[in-house]
Design a protein around this ligand. Structure first.
Ligand code: NYM
Ligand code: MG
Length: 214
């Protein structure tokens, strides 16, 4: 059976990711590709509840401890994702290991350390990185109240995402990371994303799923 694709959307907070993942899943299904959305962090699991409490600042955790929990939250879902892919279902992930690296490295954790716990996860067939200037982000209104949702942190995270992009290209090839401008209208951004995804879904059908950082 042709497999599904693993498509990841990444970006800073307020980049419009959540709107776009919903539209992408709807579009895939409408065009006859079965597709399912997976949000990371997945706040519904026991580990996800610990992450949620941390993000709401209801609890404090050591930087390494929360980094590993975010990764564990992906590992507890990997079997379900791999099963979907094998069953021909395309998985659209709202964030993935790349957010894990960028947000933790932005706090000062060693970049190589940040990569390691996610090694061996299913490799995204493509990652669409939504880019937004700080000015446009500011125009979109105030950040939410969660941890990391402030201008200084987002700047530091942006710099780390640039390093992540290089690392993905170096280890897995240029085609795995695609920048998409999120400056345009919802429809414009949706069209640009679709242009990439339509192609990837067809192309990977008969290819094995790769392993992240391997
Ligand atoms: N985040 C997300 C991390 O710090 N590490 C991770 O591994 C992941 C997946 O959680 N500010 C951060 C990025 C976000 C926050 O995500 C919650 P969202 O998509 O805003 O609900
Ligand atoms: Mg957010």
């Amino acid at each position: 059976m042709p497999r599904g694709a693993l498509i990841v959307l990444e970006g800073l907070d307020r980049s419009g990711k959540s709107t776009q993942v919903d539209r992408l899943v709807a579009r895939l299904n409408a065009e006859g590709h079965r597709a399912r959305l997976h949000k990371f962090p997945d706040r519904t699991t026991a580990i996800g509840k610990m992450i949620d409490a941390y993000l709401r600042s209801a609890t404090d955790l050591d930087d390494r401890a929360i980094h590993l929990l975010f990764s564990a939250n992906r590992w507890e879902c990997h079997a379900a994702i791999e099963k979907d892919l094998a069953d021909g279902i395309t998985v659209v992930a709202d964030r993935y290991a790349f957010s894990g690296i960028a947000f933790s490295a932005a706090k000062g954790l060693d970049f190589t350390y940040c990569l390691s716990p996610d090694t061996g996860l299913p490799l995204p067939d493509t990652t669409l990185y939504l880019t937004l200037s700080p000015e446009t982000a500011a125009q979109r209104g105030a950040y939410g109240a969660e941890r990391y949702e402030n201008v200084d942190t987002q700047k530091a995270v942006r710099a780390q995402f640039a390093k992540v992009a290089k690392e993905v290209a170096r280890r897995h090839g240029d085609a795995r990371w695609v920048e998409v401008s999120a400056e345009g209208s919802v429809e414009e951004v949706e069209r640009d994303i679709w242009g990439v995804v339509e192609d990837v879904v067809r192309r990977v059908k008969d290819e094995p799923v790769g392993r992240l950082w391997e």
